[in-house]
Design a protein. Structure first.
Length: 251
């Protein structure tokens, strides 16, 4: 599926509902785009990496950044266009922000607005959104993605089954590369080990599970941790708070 094409210059558009696991094909815009999952959750991938955004997060994609998406759960996306002249107020790389109550209300008001993009109400609401984004905390979890085809074959398998217990040697056997070559590529391309990358992938996916209401224990088991304690430790190290606190805030 592709995103709706904006023919009338409107600042807002909607995409969905998307079924669980549905893809939005890779594309880009000559303007910046904010993406909010009013229901479900959104996984966005660019050449710079992969970000996850549950319903309490907003994804930012700068102008001309090629991006694709995948839904988690039945997902409705509210899209906002940020003119290139204002896109410089936000980061130059794709990012995910925590949405304050004020930002969310202004965002949804814009998304439901049919006023002209240059109208005073739209300009005011967009200013509120951009001002709130400038001070909002960024989600720290960017999962780097490889360019090398040998490494991408392995990370594609991990994306498809993040809980799988396969070793790097086993994954290499399945994709036709040696463990030594793949280990070197993880370090040179992604600046982390195979184990670190898979842990980051699992923690990213756990954000979606916890935001959907899954318990900490069920999330740990579903995503391949040997016990909840090791999951809590890994999550806290990467996210900066315990999964229980994250779940409570998200709900």
């Amino acid at each position: 599926m592709t995103e709706p094409v904006d023919h009338d210059g409107a600042v807002a558009a909607a995409c969905g509902p998307l079924a669980h696991g549905e893809d939005v094909a890779a594309h880009f815009h000559d303007y910046g785009q904010l993406r909010y999952a009013a229901s479900g959750a959104l996984v966005t991938t660019t050449a710079a990496g992969t970000w996850v955004a549950p319903a309490n997060r907003i994804t930012w994609v700068p102008p001309f950044h090629v991006h694709s998406s995948r839904s988690h759960g039945e997902t409705v996306i509210r899209l906002l266009r940020v003119p290139a002249a204002q896109a410089g107020r936000l980061p130059g790389q794709p990012s995910v922000f925590a949405a304050s109550a004020l930002m969310r209300e202004a965002y949804l008001a814009l998304a439901g607005d049919h006023d002209p993009a240059d109208g005073p109400r739209v300009r005011l609401l967009l200013e509120v959104v951009l001002t709130e984004l400038a001070r909002a905390p960024q989600e720290p979890l960017r999962l780097p993605e490889p360019g090398d085809a040998r490494l991408k074959a392995v990370t594609d398998l991990l994306h498809a089954d993040p809980a799988g217990p396969a070793t790097l040697a086993e994954l290499g056997h399945r994709t036709g590369s040696s463990e030594r070559t793949l280990s070197r590529l993880f370090g040179s391309e992604l600046s982390m080990s195979f184990r670190q990358w898979r842990t980051l992938l699992r923690v990213q996916r756990s954000l979606l599970e916890l935001s959907a209401g899954a318990s900490v224990t069920d999330t740990a088991i579903r995503l391949g941790w040997a016990n909840p304690g090791s999951f809590i430790e890994a999550f806290t190290d990467l996210v900066g708070q315990t999964p229980g606190r994250y779940r409570a805030a998200a709900r």
